[in-house]
Structures are given as C-alpha cells and as structure tokens.
Design a protein around this ligand. Structure first.
Ligand code: CP
Length: 320
C-alpha cells in the first residue's frame, strides 16, 4: 500500500538507561544514524509520518529538548509536551506525580523524552509508561543521548571505538559519566582517562561499574596530558552549578578556572589528530577561539544531534 511503512520487530525498548544496552544496541542506533546522515530530508520525513514525541522537561535544556523536537519533525512526526512544569498539574496545587504525568502523556504520544531533577526519574517513568521512554538527563544518574551523540561523533572520527583510549574532562559525578562508562564497557574501549576538576571525587558506583566491566581507568591533572594520552576527548562543562559535588562548586566560587583545565586553541592545534567534543553549554574550559580548528567538533555534534536523536526514535518505534 502506498505511503504505509511497516514497522520491524523492536529490539530496543527504552533509552532510560544505557546500563542494559549491549554492543548491538549501540551499533544499531549508530549505523542507522550513519545511513540517515546521507539521506535527503524528503526521505527522512517518510520514516515515521505522524509519530508523536512527548517531551517532559522538568529542568532547563537548550540542546537536548530542541534537537529532540527537531528530530521528531525531521522523521515526519511532531512533538507535544512541556518545558515549564509550572504550566502543568505537576507544578501547581495538585503536584501530580511523575508516574501519572507519564501515563497521561504516554496515552497521547508514541515515545516520551524526559528530563528531570531526580536520579531515578527515567527508570520510574519507563516502568509505568505505555510507550518507550528516553532519558534526556535525570538527576546525577545518566544522560544517555549525550553519550550516544559524543561516541557516535568520535567513532566517525576514529573509525572505531574498540580499543580506543577516551579522555574525559569534567566532574566524574556528573550524570553524563555513568552513561559514558556503560557505553565504553559495551563497545570494548581500552581505557577511560579522566581530567577531573579540583576537589572532585569518584562516586563508588562508577568505580565499581568500571571494575566489574573491565574498563581500565586513571586520572591526569592537566588538559595537555589528556590530549597527549587519549585518542579522542570528550569535555563536559566544568561549571555545572546544579550538579557539582560541593567541593567542586566551592572551588568555582573562589577561583577562576586554572589554565591546566583549559582546552585552548594552542593546545588543540598541537594535537590535530585528537578529536574533541563538548557537551555544552561551554564555559571557560573551551574558549571560542578553538571553533575553527579541524579537531574541534562542538558545533558539528550539535548539527548531528538531530539525526542521532531521530535515529534513536526510529529504532524505538521499530521503523525499518
Ligand atoms: N548537553 C546538554 O544536555 O545540553 P542542554 O542542557 O542544553 O540540553
């Protein structure tokens, strides 16, 4: 029948956490995104005509929310939802529960994307939702699509992630870290090298996960060593006022960012073969003077994020 696309059996049921994802799940999303990157808009719009994305953003976002909305439109669908909880019954007198809000909007939409202040919000949502749930970053727990995006871009630059040494600059307690660790274990990366901010400590569960997953890790104490020793580098904002461990937050209150933590133009230019991504919003750790360098992939990641999130939605919707 003309205009009808048959759904294929769905292997991936959720993106509330990457803890349960296997290598094949990552490859399915990334390979689909690789294909979609080459397709014209008219073809992409036939992937999920009429599909509805429900957005539940209990916390601010620029990149994640708006790229998800763009992704829904790009595959022929549309988005509904809220970005200001105070306009909903969850944010007024009724304080409607997360579970009921998810069940209500899950009856309107085909897939949900949730950003929330609480660590377990996405997994609680997935437990009651009638449709697949994607975490857009919840509490300090995980930020799955940031990891999917960063590693997709780095994979395309390196050719493969198996055996790669990935550098990671930022607070290890940040929600992006757990998703990254789960993914690097699944794809058999060789090592994760951290450049933590001054005062940061490592949450026990992250250390335990790396140990149990066989992911080697260590720390360095300046950006130059990270660039020298890693095959590729992922940077998260050094100033994350909502999420930092108190010791790190205090440091930023009292001092300017030490030059040892700055990925400036001179440093990136010295290591042109080391691709660098940044989750955004950027701060003093990645000055704008780096943007024109061939290994600075910040805005390329932003552009690709629509396709990556569209590919994830298509996978969860079981589209061919
Ligand atoms: N990287 C990221 O999560 O950005 P937003 O907070 O703007 O969504």
């Amino acid at each position: 029948m003309v205009g009808v696309i048959e759904a294929k059996p769905v292997a991936l049921r959720q993106a509330a956490t990457l803890r349960t994802w296997r290598r094949d799940d990552f490859e399915a999303v990334w390979n689909r995104a690789d294909r979609m990157l080459k397709q014209p808009r008219a073809v992409l719009e036939q992937i999920a005509p009429g599909a509805l994305l429900g957005t539940l953003f209990y916390q601010n976002s620029t990149r994640t929310r708006i790229s998800f909305e763009a992704a829904a439109h790009r595959i022929g669908g549309a988005s509904i939802g809220f970005s200001d909880v105070s306009t909903t019954r969850a944010g007024d007198f009724y304080q409607e529960s997360l579970e009921d809000t998810v069940r209500v909007i899950g009856e309107y939409a085909d897939v949900l994307v949730l950003r929330h202040t609480e660590d377990d919000a996405a997994e609680r949502a997935a437990a009651v939702s009638p449709v697949p749930v994607i975490s857009a970053g919840c509490g300090d727990r995980e930020h799955p699509t940031q990891t999917l995006l960063d590693l997709w871009v780095l994979r395309s630059k390196l050719g493969k992630l198996d055996g790669a040494v990935i550098g990671y600059a930022g607070d290890p307690a940040c929600r992006a870290t757990r998703s990254l660790v789960h993914a690097l274990i699944a794809v058999n990366a060789a090592e994760l090298v951290f450049l933590p901010p001054p005062g940061a400590s490592f949450p026990d569960d992250i250390v335990r996960t790396m140990g149990e997953g066989g992911l080697a890790w260590r720390t360095v104490d300046d950006a130059a060593r990270l660039m020298e020793e890693a095959d590729a580098v992922s940077v998260i904002p050094f100033e994350l006022s909502d999420f930092h461990q108190p010791a790190v937050r205090d440091h930023f209150r009292s001092e300017r960012l030490d030059s040892r933590y700055v990925f400036d133009r001179e440093l990136l230019a010295r290591w042109p073969g080391v691709p660098v991504v940044h989750a955004g919003p950027r701060g003093p750790e990645l000055p704008p003077g780096t943007d024109s360098l061939p290994n600075a992939h910040y805005f390329e990641s932003v552009r690709r994020s629509v396709i990556l999130r569209a590919a994830l939605m298509a996978e969860l919707l079981g589209r061919p």
